[in-house]
Design a protein around this ligand. Structure first.
Ligand SMILES: [Zn+2]
Length: 411
């Protein structure tokens, strides 16, 4: 029983044709003309596979294959339909195609599952148009309410609330619902790695057991702007000197953690920012991510303490504002081991790894046991037209999900 790379390759090319012709590479922003055309095609493909198809208010598309058992909690396979601006052909859509291909294999072999199987194409994952990620999966999880759709605006001021009504053009072709209550028993997502690791190990597969935690802070250090020539060194309140110390400490602390942890100051703005004036105020970002919650908390606590101490020592004022704090997500051990067992049985080389990026699974894991499969990204490139993954690598990754579904479906 094998997923078919040729069919997967054909679907990849077909979906790639639904792109904004005015942009470089591949651009399919939610609720645009090309998005509606892609959805129409997806709905048709789902119907050809005998799936019962719904689309909810924000545009998540569900294709349901009925189960024969009493337990009607579905197993979910899917990923997102949208792209970033001038992105690639694989990010997101590869995981939707995995769902379609798994269904096609099961149909061909006339395998009836105990559990229903739902292929989901999540809407608006990237945040490329409205600046906020995971809108579709959060809507599905009940984490966004109808009235909140007004607050997300694109660059031209259009809200999601207004734009998602454009999907009504598909009302004749698909059953509509506001929000589906599917209570999945398990969710799977295949995604391109978006990093260089799997390719560097010889194009192997990744079974994802953790999604990185991520936190970001805006820090402001206030000292005193003054003459760079007349003020002795021991009488200065130099905000930038404090930030230098903070930056080195963040670098050292992240490196010291036993489990993958990274710390970055990626944005810095200095006032008055002039060659002959002692820096009076510095605003900077502090981004801390880790595959381990304790490591992330350790670095955060120690950095907050250090900022306080450095500021006090230099007679400076400081503020720290949390921009976001997303804890580490551990994926389901039993699903991770089902995927790993499949790889071993099929002799597919794989590693267990953490994901450095968030995905719809980040949200779905709050609803149900979840796991992911990563497939290699050529040269680690993604979110660009050069993004490339061999269809047979997507097929092998899909095989793991197919096997894992068969293993858990009688629960
Ligand atoms: Zn993605």
């Amino acid at each position: 029983m094998q997923c078919n790379s040729e069919r997967i390759g054909d679907w990849i090319e077909k979906f790639a044709s639904f792109t904004d012709p005015k942009q470089q590479g591949f651009t399919r922003f939610s609720y645009t003309e090309e998005d509606v055309v892609a959805r129409r095609y997806l709905i048709q493909e789902m119907k050809k596979l005998n799936l019962e198809v719904w689309m909810d208010h924000v545009g998540n598309i569900f294709g349901r294959r009925a189960g024969r058992g009493k337990n009607q909690k579905p197993i979910v396979v899917g990923s997102h339909l949208d792209t970033v601006q001038s992105g690639g052909k694989y990010d997101g859509i590869a995981g939707v195609i995995t769902g379609l291909e798994v269904v096609r294999v099961l149909n061909e072999l006339q395998i009836q599952l105990d559990a229903p199987l739902e292929v989901i194409a999540y809407a608006e994952e990237e945040g490329g148009r409205f600046g906020s990620a995971f809108i579709g999966s959060k809507w599905l999880a009940g984490e966004i309410q109808l009235e909140e759709l007004d607050k997300y605006r694109d660059g031209e001021g259009n809200t999601i609330a207004a734009e998602c009504l454009k999907l009504d053009a598909l009302n004749g072709e698909v059953k509509r619902c506001e929000r589906r209550d599917i209570s999945p028993q398990a969710t799977f997502e295949l995604h391109i790695e978006q990093g260089p690791v799997l390719e560097s190990k010889g194009n192997i597969l990744g079974v994802v057991d953790t999604i990185t935690g991520s936190s970001a802070y805006q820090v402001v250090i206030k000292g005193e702007a003054n003459h760079a020539g007349t003020i002795p060194m021991d009488m200065r309140k130099d905000a930038f000197v404090a930030v230098s110390e903070i930056s080195l400490a963040l670098n050292r602390l992240a490196k010291e953690q036993p489990i993958h942890t990274v710390g970055t100051i990626g944005f810095i703005e200095m006032k008055p920012n002039a060659y002959n004036i002692i820096p009076g105020e510095v605003e900077f970002s502090m981004d801390i991510r880790s595959l381990d919650q304790t490591c992330m908390e350790q670095v955060t606590i120690q950095m907050k303490d250090l900022i306080k101490r450095v500021a006090e020592d230099g007679g400076l004022e400081f503020t720290i504002r949390t921009k976001h704090n997303q804890p580490v997500v551990s994926l389901s051990e039993s699903l991770v081991s089902a995927l790993s067992a499949s790889a071993e049985k099929r002799n597919y080389t794989y590693i267990t790894m953490g994901s450095g990026a968030g995905h719809d699974t980040l949200v779905m894991a709050r609803m149900a046991p979840s796991a992911m499969v990563f497939v290699p990204s050529k040269a680690g490139r993604s979110h660009c037209p050069e993004e490339f993954t061999q269809p047979d690598e997507i097929a092998r990754g899909s095989d793991l999900i197919l096997d894992a579904i068969l293993q858990i479906q009688s629960y």
